[in-house]
Each structure stands twice: as C-alpha cells, then as structure tokens.
Design a protein. Structure first.
Length: 288
C-alpha cells in the first residue's frame, strides 16, 4: 500500500511528522508526508494519481482540501483520515478513532466505502457540512487562538457571541426544481451528521446516500434562539415545526442580506449559490 499524508501542522492536536511515519511503519507501511504549504496543491494533485491512499491529517478543513483535490484532479486514490484537528466532525460520522495509531489501523486494515461530495457553484467540493447565517457567524467569531485555547468548547463560546444579535435572512431557494421562500437565521447543508465539535446538526444525514440534507432554522428572537438550544443538543431540533428539513440532490440558493458561510468549519469569503451532490465520488477508508 502506497500512502501519502497531507499533514496540517496548525491543526488542534496535530502530530509531528515522525509520529505519523512511526505509526505507519508499525504496520509495515512507508508513508510520504506532504506539508500543507504554498506548494501543497501541486503535491496533493500528484499524490492523487501516484498513491493508493491520500490521507488528510488534520481537522475538517484539511479533510475538505484533500477531498476537493481528489475530486478535481480525477485521481483514483482512496481518502483516509487521521483525526488531528480541533473538531474532527467527519471522523465522528465515520467512526474513525481520535487515537493516531488506531486511526492508522483503520487506513491500513479497514474497508473502503463510497463517500458523496457536495459541489459549490465555484467548483469547490466539500464533504461534511456548510453552515450559513448563525453558523457562519460562529466561524467569524472563532479565531485561531480561541480554537487552540478552548479546543472544541471554543465553538460554543463563539456560538454564544454570534447569538447575541441573531440576523434574519430572506431566502430564495430552488430545491430539486421546487421553489421555496422562507425567512431564516441558519441554514445547514449536510453530507454527514456532526459540526462544531460534536453537535449533531444533521442527525439523519447519511454520507453515501446520494443526497444532501437541508436544515433551515426559521427566524426567531434571541429568547427564541435560547429555547432552541436544548433540542439541538439532543438532536431533536429537526422535529420542530419551525425547523424545515429536506433532502435533495441540488439546491439553488440566494439570501438577502448575503449569508456568511463556513464550509467544513472554515469561513469562506464567497457566498455559495449552488449545492450539488456528487454521489459516491470518493472512496473512503473506514473501520471494519
């Protein structure tokens, strides 16, 4: 097995290169470590063709970058994950352990399953969740020093800050050809279940079903937002009448004012206007 590891040295619990190499060597596998620097795109593109498994060693943002490269390059490498970030939300959905050695065991000895991607109008592909409105506001508040100091709890601190003045957005959507107009404070477009360090924002999302889960939380006051928190924590918010839940293959999207969005945990400067599923476009290593 030929393995390349895209290692983000700035991730929340990132291991050093020597630790990663030693973990693979324990299984008799040599790996090439690719630092995520200014030349990373070229290296990742080459690895997508030359390796059996291209591993994302970092958090959800690192996973998103590696998955995007695999799809855009057309390479046939499988995708592997090492949960070395702050949130590691896609790893939660896939059952990938946080321990480095156990994660390497999954890559070497696990099984391969299909993984959908979701493509944006600018061509980028993500694999976990896009969160707009309040979720995008959380990403705006979540600075690197907060993540490093607070870890996953930093997402809750940022959420409290973002919820002080909840913004209302007028949304115009076309969901698999059907128009939808609604006023909302948050939109989640999900391929998998978790975001924000273990919050099950999309409890019914399945990463290989060929559909995205669209969860729209309608507008509410600050007090109303507080009343929503217990149901979010218990993953029952999708049962509420003021939360719209749909599944689709394609969603056209516009918001007034423009919604801030985080894509796989990273704030994006662009405003997405299209979400389209790429069914089974990736092959993913998961536990047996």
């Amino acid at each position: 097995m030929k393995v390349a590891v895209a290692l983000n040295p700035n991730s929340g619990s990132a291991a050093c290169e020597d630790d990663v190499r030693a973990a693979f060597q324990a299984f008799g596998v040599e790996c090439v470590v690719l630092p995520l620097d200014e030349d990373a795109d070229k290296r990742l593109h080459e690895a997508a063709y030359s390796c059996d498994v291209l591993v994302a060693g970092g958090g959800d943002g690192t996973v998103s970058s590696v998955a995007d490269t695999l799809v855009r390059s057309g390479g046939d490498a499988m995708l592997g994950l090492l949960a070395l970030g702050t949130a590691n939300d896609l790893c939660r959905s896939l059952g990938i352990p946080a321990d480095l050695n156990e994660g390497v065991a999954v890559i070497v000895e696990g099984r391969t399953v299909p993984l959908d991607g979701i493509r944006l109008d600018d061509g980028r592909v993500f694999v976990n969740q896009a969160n707009g409105g309040l979720g995008g506001g959380v990403a705006q508040q979540l600075e690197d020093d907060v993540k490093s100091r607070w870890g996953p709890l930093g997402y809750w601190r940022a959420a409290i800050d973002a919820a002080q003045e909840p913004q209302e957005y007028r949304l115009s959507l076309v969901v698999d050809g059907e128009p939808l107009e609604v006023c909302a404070m948050n939109v989640t477009v999900a391929n998998a279940r978790f975001a924000g360090g273990g919050v099950e924002l999309a409890p019914h999302a399945v990463y290989s079903d060929g559909k995205l889960d669209l969860i729209i939380m309608e507008s509410r006051s600050k007090l109303g937002l507080i009343s929503l928190i217990p149901s979010i924590l218990s993953a029952t918010h999708t049962d509420r009448e003021d939360v719209i839940t749909l599944q689709a293959q394609r969603v056209e999207f516009s918001a007034t004012p423009e919604m801030p969005f985080s894509i796989d945990g990273e704030l994006t400067e662009e405003h997405p206007h299209l979400f389209e599923v790429l069914p089974g476009r990736l092959r993913m290593r998961v536990p047996r």
